[in-house]
Design a protein around this ligand. Structure first.
Ligand code: MSP
Length: 487
């Protein structure tokens, strides 16, 4: 590896059979926060997101719209990109499984795994849920319905190629043991291990019954199973020139519903292909909407325009990561989002910045004090260390809580000021505090941090964590607009 540290984070690639909603935004925001955090630290970062475009589900939806699958997905991709732009999601590549470089890699790997003897031909009989793009056995069904989507599913029998998943049971169990952080959070680990211990069946990895997919290089009548195709997106993106150093991925962020695919199938495919395994799969929980499953048919859905429309992009990002611990389920409530926007972003952060800004405009700021600590209580180095630990441990809610505790402390401090004997010094310390929170908040609410930095004349963004080791220059305050209008 090169001298510079690297960080590679991925989101699942989304099915573009409809426009994205808050559930998709959630993972992508978390990935954006992590990637911005490591950019702050000066790491070389690669943040990958994209779309999963093959498979029966997309083929069926396209048919309903009287389009070819490719026409149909092409029409939806701009909607994803626009949505991510509205949320300021700063990804490095948007990969599509229809990208030529990806298709080539998948075929290359399929051939390699086939040559190794890990793929063989057989017949598959089972219950296929198109929504999951997965087969179930009779005992998995609940009243004849898919256990996840609660819809009737059809029994299918077809010729299929199989991947020798069973062969990898022991290696997987050893891998989990040697890499205790691989399946995260840890409360999801035991269930996966138990299921793997019960035994693994070989996995059907090709379909003959539809055409929309990557043809198997050794039998063109078959297309590759969508999950085999999809999972390899993470690897193909690193086969581009200049990106090779990013493999293995540092973390795959996924929803809890797809943790099995990522912690069992994915490492098994990689073991077979002789490719190094990713370092971590982190599964987050699910958002409900008014306590019900997010679902289009019930009108319980919140798309990105609606999400950003409530209180702006930064407030949406802030709410999603602050309101529930990453890893747990949560209920989406517009009222709570508004409350947090008003009480925390506007009243606490907004007020701190406007008060100190106004005082500094009036009195100026002295710089002849120790910049490493703010008052006696706050030592910059310790704050940075504590927040790093929380973010790097995926405890985004706690990191935000802790940053806001400092904001509270600074606000109280202004309120308690009776005498103004040390006014310039105190203002200098407060401005240093504002720089501290603005830099630490940048991964979460980048637009706001950038506005604050502009007003106070410091840098915020890539590489600026290091700036906290230097004194804040005598600040020339510029007039600035109010950060958050109350709703
Ligand atoms: N295409 C597959 C992933 C392939 S990755 C190699 C897929 N796509 S999906 O569009 O159905 O879902 C993508 C992600 O969105 C999943 O991680 C899923 O958990 C997440 N979410 C979908 N609805 C969600 C909520 N209501 N709440 C939180 N996340 C949710 O699966």
């Amino acid at each position: 590896m090169t001298a510079k540290n690297k960080f590679y984070v991925t989101t699942p690639i989304y099915y573009p059979n409809d426009i994205p909603h808050v559930g998709h935004a959630y993972t992508t925001i978390a990935a954006d926060v992590l990637s911005r955090w490591y950019r702050l630290k000066g790491y070389d970062v690669f943040f990958l997101t994209g779309t999963d475009e093959h498979g029966k589900k997309i083929e069926n939806t396209a048919k309903k719209h009287n389009k070819t699958p490719k026409e149909f997905v092409d029409s939806l991709i701009p909607k994803f990109k626009e949505a991510w732009k509205k949320l300021n999601l700063n990804y490095d590549r948007f990969i599509r499984t229809t990208d030529k470089d990806h298709e080539k890699i998948v075929q290359k790997v399929l051939q390699r795994v086939f040559d190794k003897g890990d793929i063989y031909k057989g017949h598959y009989e089972g219950f296929y849920c198109t929504e999951c793009e997965a087969y179930y056995t009779e005992k998995d069904l609940v009243n004849g319905e898919c256990p996840i989507h609660k819809i009737k599913i059809e029994k299918l029998k077809e010729e299929s190629y199989f991947f020798r998943l069973s062969k990898y049971q022991k290696q997987l169990l050893e891998f989990y043991k040697k890499n205790p952080g691989f399946i995260s959070p840890s409360n999801r680990k035991q269930e996966i291990i138990n299921r793997v211990q019960e035994g693994l069946k070989d996995l059907s990895i090709s379909r003959e019954s539809f055409k929309w997919g990557i043809p198997l290089p050794f039998d063109k009548k078959h297309v590759c199973y969508v999950w085999f195709d999809a999972l390899f997106n993470y690897y193909s993106a690193t086969r581009q020139k200049g990106k090779e150093k990013f493999w293995p991925a540092d973390v795959h962020l996924v929803g809890k519903d797809i943790i099995w695919f990522h912690t069992v199938y994915w490492p098994a495919f990689l073991l077979s292909a002789g490719i190094e395994l990713p370092k971590k799969v982190f599964a987050h929980g699910w958002w409900t909407f008014d306590k019900e499953k997010i679902s289009k048919s019930k009108g319980k859905i919140i798309n990105i325009d609606e999400l950003v429309g409530i209180a702006g992009a930064d407030s949406a990002r802030y709410f999603l990561l602050r309101n529930i611990p990453f890893g747990e389920d949560g209920d989406f409530s517009e009222a709570i989002l508004r409350e947090r926007h008003n009480n925390e972003l506007a009243n606490k952060l907004g007020n701190l910045v406007s008060r100190v800004g106004a005082l500094a405009e009036k009195y100026g700021i002295d710089e002849k004090v120790d910049f490493r600590k703010i008052n006696v209580d706050v030592h910059i180095e310790n704050v940075v260390r504590d927040i790093s630990q929380l973010i790097e441990n995926y405890e985004f809610d706690k990191a935000l809580n802790s940053i806001f505790a400092y904001i509270d402390m600074f606000n109280q401090w202004i309120q308690q000021w009776k005498s103004w004997e040390n006014r310039e010094k105190d203002l200098y310390e407060l401005a240093t505090g504002i720089r501290l929170v603005a830099i630490l908040l940048w991964p979460f609410i980048p637009q706001t941090s950038e506005k604050i930095a502009k007003r106070f004349g410091f840098r915020v963004g890539v590489g600026t964590l290091k700036d906290l080791e230097k004194p804040l220059k005598a600040v020339k305050i510029k007039k600035g607009e109010i950060l958050f209008k109350k709703i």
